[in-house]
Write a protein that binds this ligand. Structure first.
Ligand code: CDP
Length: 235
């Protein structure tokens, strides 16, 4: 098999596989924040995120969410279906944190009466600006039915994962998902790991996600591993 590099992202590299419909995703130890301004290499991050993502994608599949995940290939690599990515990020928030606190002047940690859904444009150079369905339709990034599907699926993921984390003593504060087209289907793509969500201890509200890296709280990967342990994944 000749593996050719197709795309190199901030923390993952995408390679061709011996099947034209599938790609190999390599999880590197690179960590970035603030749209790539802050960078570091964190020992074992690639392996932890690869195995964490695989575990979550399998849980989601069991709950009826279709994802790009095919199988784990090695500690740092998984085989995925090759998607044509839709350039929007779908964010759901259960508790106030991050961008929304500044934007709306609200206190960190408040629980919303119902989950909030937001779209952002995936564009680092522009700092991933917030957009709405009108922008998505006007620029032809996705159709009305694709928008509805992404929204419905992102909320479904919230039901499944809020319960999974809640049962493990963790609050799923917020998270970001990305979707892509595969033949005539839309599949959940990218990854689900503590890099793309916020997780707090339910009692102490200790931070277990990428905010540990953003805010220099220390022992980032130790905390990712503790999340894994709590949800039943031995790493
Ligand atoms: O965290 P930040 O202020 O950059 O953005 P946010 O809109 O508050 O992020 C909401 C959730 O989406 C957090 O869990 C982020 O980690 C995640 N996110 C992400 O994974 N990638 C982005 N480009 C933006 C947000």
């Amino acid at each position: 098999m000749v593996k050719e590099l197709i795309y190199q992202g901030k923390a993952k590299s995408v390679y061709s596989s011996d099947h034209q419909d599938e790609v190999v995703i390599e999880y590197r130890d690179d960590a970035t924040a603030f749209n790539g301004v802050k960078k570091a290499s964190l020992v074992d991050k690639g392996r932890v995120n690869n195995l964490f993502n695989a575990y979550i994608m399998q849980k989601l599949e069991e709950a009826g969410v279709k994802t790009h995940f095919v199988k784990i290939l090695s500690d740092n690599e998984s085989l995925m279906k090759k998607l044509k990515m839709i350039p929007v990020e779908c964010v759901v928030r259960n508790y106030a944190a991050g961008g929304i606190c500044k934007r709306l002047g609200i206190e960190k940690g408040m629980k919303f009466v119902e989950p909030i859904f937001e779209f952002f444009l995936k564009d680092d150079a522009l700092g991933d600006p917030m957009i709405n369905t009108s922008h998505i339709l006007a620029f032809n990034w996705a159709s009305e039915s694709e928008i509805a599907f992404m929204r419905k699926t992102t909320f479904k993921v919230n039901e499944v994962l809020s319960k999974l984390f809640d049962d493990s003593g963790l609050l799923l504060v917020d998270y970001k998902l990305e979707f892509g087209r595969f033949h005539d289907e839309i599949l959940l793509g990218d990854e689900f790991s503590p890099d793309g969500c916020r997780l707090w201890d339910r009692k102490t509200r200790e931070v277990f996600d990428k905010d540990r890296f953003r805010q220099d709280l220390g022992d980032v990967i130790g905390h990712y591993k503790e999340v894994a342990r709590r949800i039943g994944l031995a790493l």
